[in-house]
Design a protein around this ligand. Sequence first.
Ligand code: SF4
Length: 94
Amino acid sequence: MITQVYPQIQLAIIQATPFCNIDCDYCYLPGRSLTRRMKWETLEKVAQRLLDNIDNQPPGTEIIASGTSCRHQITDLSNTRPKHMAELIAEALP
Ligand code: SF4
């Protein structure tokens, strides 16, 4: 059996589309009128790699996810329950 080893992921930001229809005056993001989207197959591969990486973390590693849906998806699809950064800070307070 061949197992592919990837470098450890420290931070992942996935932008599935550059499109935004809000049009803030101060926005500096180029291409926000483009409606192209990341292919579903690409997104699945990215997600699987992230989930594999999460499941292979050493015991005691904290996984932080800001978004509620992200935390639920990681909980449902991996062996980890991620925390919001506020939870981690609250636990560290005396
Ligand atoms: S800052 Fe730019 S990307 Fe963000 S909501 Fe405003 S227009 Fe959209």
